[in-house]
Design a protein around this ligand. Structure first.
Ligand code: UDP
Ligand code: MN
Length: 270
């Protein structure tokens, strides 16, 4: 079976994220490809560190969407219509770029793909996800039990298909369609019967301080830095997320990691 982990980068910041992600995937010892979809917004220099990690660089572009769609989903328009109240997005985050994720359905050379956001780390082997059906994703849990109703599109299992891709484009750009959380809201609507992955397949960083009882290093397969990014110089939650930020830097700099049993737990002073 020909399978791949796929991520997306549209600028130099997310390319940094992809380097740490690719390192973390390589450390799991997987035999699957790592494909990095990148747009013209990323310089060659920013992509270079991905080459020695054996990543396949796949140039892609924005989706052919109407001007009206692009206006509705522009950064300031979207942030005005559907403001983020729980956390903050970095300045280098462009909501419209998120929709480029859907391009992975065009990678028909692969039987199955596991998409992972560039702001995530893989901490355990997850090749078994290739055997899961389309569309599988973990819940968007970071505050309360109510979060289990929604999916998070930072990790999901999909089956590339030009037919599915065409259907998606048609469903996406409807007159007046507004996807308040971009690809995430769209995928939830497009796959109403989505399969639930365990929450540990996409553990969101805010769980660290909002739901510490759910934190278990031994179980976490993918750690996802939603909202503020660990490579931002300073961000409003940096103090509360310090051990997770340090972990990201250890992967980014390819340092050795201490034994998992000695990793800090939520609430512990470090
Ligand atoms: N992304 C990108 N450029 C952007 C916005 C998003 O490359 O300007 C990609 C990147 O892979 C990123 C993913 O889309 O991880 C989703 O965005 P983000 O992770 O910032 O959203 P969050 O997880 O905070 O909701
Ligand atoms: Mn993300």
């Amino acid at each position: 079976m020909n399978n791949a982990f796929v991520t997306l980068v549209t600028n130099a910041d997310y390319a940094m994220g992809a380097v740490a992600l690719a390192r973390s995937i390589r450390r799991t010892g997987t035999a699957a490809d790592i494909a990095v979809l990148h747009t013209g917004g990323v310089s060659r220099d920013a992509l270079t560190p991905l080459e020695p990690l054996g990543c396949r660089l796949v140039e892609t572009g924005h989706l052919p969407l109407s001007d009206a769609f692009n206006e509705r989903h522009g950064r300031s328009r979207l942030h005005g219509t559907a403001p983020f109240t729980k956390g903050r997005k970095p300045d280098f985050h462009t909501p419209l770029d998120n929709f480029c994720k859907l391009r992975l359905w065009q990678l028909v050379e692969y039987d199955k793909v596991v998409f992972i956001d560039a702001d995530a780390l893989v901490l355990k082997p997850i090749d078994k996800l290739f055997a899961y059906p389309e569309f599988s994703a973990a819940p968007n849990v970071y505050e309360s039990l109510a979060d289990f109703h929604r999916l998070n599109s930072g990790v999901f299992v999909a089956k590339p298909s030009t037919e599915t891709f065409a259907k998606m484009l048609a469903a996406l750009d409807q007159p007046e369609a507004f996807w308040r959380r971009t690809d995430q809201t769209f995928l939830e609507a497009f796959f109403p019967d989505w399969h639930g992955l365990p929450v540990f397949m996409n553990m969101l960083q805010y769980v660290w301080f909002n739901m510490p009882a759910l934190w278990d290093w031994e179980s976490i397969a993918v750690l996802h830095y939603q909202y503020e990014k660990p490579w931002e110089k300073d961000h409003p939650k940096a103090d509360r997320l310090r051990p997770l930020i340090d972990l990201w830097h250890a992967f980014y700099e390819d340092r050795d990691l201490p034994d998992i049993g000695s990793w800090p737990t939520p609430g512990e002073q470090t």
